[in-house]
Structures are given as structure tokens and as C-alpha cells.
Design a protein around this ligand. Sequence first.
Ligand code: SF4
Length: 414
Amino acid sequence: MNKKFKVVFLGCPKNLVDTEHLIGELLEKGFEYSKKGRYVFIQTCAFIKSAIDESYDVISRYVDKKKKGEIDFIGIGGCISLRLGKKIKKDFPEIDLVFHNVDKSSILPDSPRFFLTKGYIYVKISEGCDEKCSFCTIPDIRGKLRSREMEDILQEIRFLLKLGFKEIVLISQSTGQYGKDLYGRPYFKRLLRRIDSIKGDYWIRIMYMHPADIDDELLDIIESSDKIINYMDIPIQHFSAKILKNMRRRGGRKKVLEVIEKIRERFGDNFYIRSELIVGFPGEDEKDFKELIEKLKEYKINRMAIFKYSKEKGTESFNLKEPGAKIIEERFKEVGKLAGRIMRESQKNLIGKKLKVLICEENANFYKGRSEFDAPEVDFEVVIKKNRRLDIPNFYPLKIKNIKRNLDIEGELW
Ligand code: SF4
């Protein structure tokens, strides 16, 4: 009888791609994939303390199940195995295996991929990062930048489109730096043009783009394409010049403002920017925080994730003094409220508009999808009442009717 296994996935889309290959590898080894699997593999996340805490919570839950004889085996993979290694076994002696199917020298496991997403698919174009952001553990966990051969990426995308995927989500740790290790300088724009030349009705979405890698040439490529959508995930982290300098963010504030201005000049409101912001970085005083708030009001970001600064061992900023926990909490709440208002406004802008929407899911009464302005799993969704059968995953023209409390939007077929 085949050993049945299940996988518990935590973290980012890069870890999801590694998880899809882990499942492919286990199936190849004759295991059977099942929600009731007694062999449990946990793909962990470890880039900040709260992610490690969440991973530990999940592991201890399964350790309890093992002690009760409900499961037989626990394997720990993902970033905890890269960041903590065997230490995790000291904390949980019940763990049977600590592994990682992507180490600091590889990019993708060479096992087949078992797809966990529908309609959209992540394509990891590189692994690791050569940036020196002073708060970040990723270069230490995932190693130096390693880019895939361009032909390898193009071949995978052609294959995925043949399988019927409608949205290619390009991911890495620092997308704009793609190819710098292989070709001596960043080759992302060249890769983007090559992908864009593959025929078909599908979307290309760009995630994890460092602001310093965005220039007019890239915006020209996006503007002239009917596949590369008017959306980009651009982690800016802060708006204060002093803080961005202390964060060692390449290009600093000048580049952050320049990029948003260029996008707004060229696309107006018809381009949605997603970003990540950190409050409470060491040295952030009232003036820096006020700058963050004022600039956020002025340079509207359409989709945001707000983080509290997390003091991480092995990072350059680890020994720097942070603003007190109470101050960080207050600032986190204040930015969160403002972000909520700005995102609601962005949704209001869509009411009455006709949008091309990728419908990927259905339940008893509704279909669910996303417009080009929403990335999978992190942004908002479009909900449509089920009044006729739709062939999914597929694109449909929708008229946006109204916004729900959770900022998802309701639409009707046009
Ligand atoms: S670019 Fe991103 S992944 Fe790389 S060091 Fe900076 S924050 Fe970390």
C-alpha cells in the first residue's frame, strides 16, 4: 500500500513553487498525495520572527498529532531548514527529517511540478539576492542571486500556456536583477520582451520589482504590450530619505518618488502599484514617520502590506536601537488605517468600469476571479453571482457594480 502524504505550505510564492516540486518528487517516489496523509511535510517560512513563530506553531500542532499516533512522520522543509538547520530538531526531537529541496546553490528542484494553483501560475525566474538591505535575512537564507537560463524559462512558460494557464506571475527575490549573475548585467527587460512575444491570450504579472530597476525602457515594454498588465509589485519599504539610506535601499527615496511619478505620468490611475512598507525601523523619529504618512497620502499606492520592523539576527540593523514597542504599535495602526482608506479609494475608482477579469474559482453561488489590478492570494477578488455556466479558468468582461466590506468587488458579466 502506498504511503500517503500531505503537505502544509507556509510563506511566499517562491516557497509555493518549491512545494509544488516537493509534491512532484514524492509522487515520483511512489507516495500518494492525500489530505489524510500520515506522512506530513511542512514547508516553512522563516524570513522574520513572526513567520518563524507561525511555523513553530504549525510544527508543534503536528508533533502533538504524532504523539497521539494520528500521524507517523514529520518532515520539515522550506526556509526554517535553511535558516535554523538541525537546531529545529533540538526544539522538536519528534521530527523525522529536516530537508530542503532548494539549497543556496540551486534555483528549482529538478523534480516534476504538481500544480496547486488554477488559472494562474508562478514562474520563479531566479533565486537568492545580492542586495544589501540592512533589515533583510533573505540573502542569508536563500543565498546569492542565481538566475535560470532564459531558454529554460521560456520553455516552461510555453508548456504552462499549453496546459491552459491564463496568467504567468513572474517571481524571484529581486526580479529586476534577473540575469545579472549569468549575463554580467540585468537581463530582465530582454526576458520580458521574449516572454511577451509568445503568442496567446494571457497575462504577464511582474512581482518583487526593486524600484531602482524600473526605468522608461521597462515602462515602454509594459505600455506597448497587451499581455503585460498595468500592475507591478514594487516593495518601497519607506518614504523617508534618512530611513531608506539606513535600510541600504539602492536608489533611496529619489528613485522611489521618481518611479511612482513616471508611472502616474504615463498611465494615470490605470496602473495599480502594490507595495510593502515597514514602520519602526531603528532611528525612525516623528519627522520620518510624518514623511511616510504625508508621502503616502500624496503618492497613492493601490495595494499595501504593512510590516512592523522585525529585529533579525544576522542582519546589519540587528544591533541598532528601535523606537519603543508602544510607538511602533501606534505607528503600525496609523499607517494601517491610512492604507485602508487609500485602498478603498482605489476600489471606488473601479465602480462602473468595464474590466477584463480572470475567473478561476467557483462555489455554489458565486464565481471568483481577479482583475489585472489584483495579484493572486495577496490582493482583492472579484465576485460574480452565478446566473449562467462559465467555462473557467478564463477571461470575461465584467462591469464593476460595488465594493464589499472586505474591499473585494462585485461585478456582473458585460
Ligand atoms: S531586495 Fe528584497 S530580498 Fe533582497 S535583500 Fe532587499 S529586501 Fe531582501
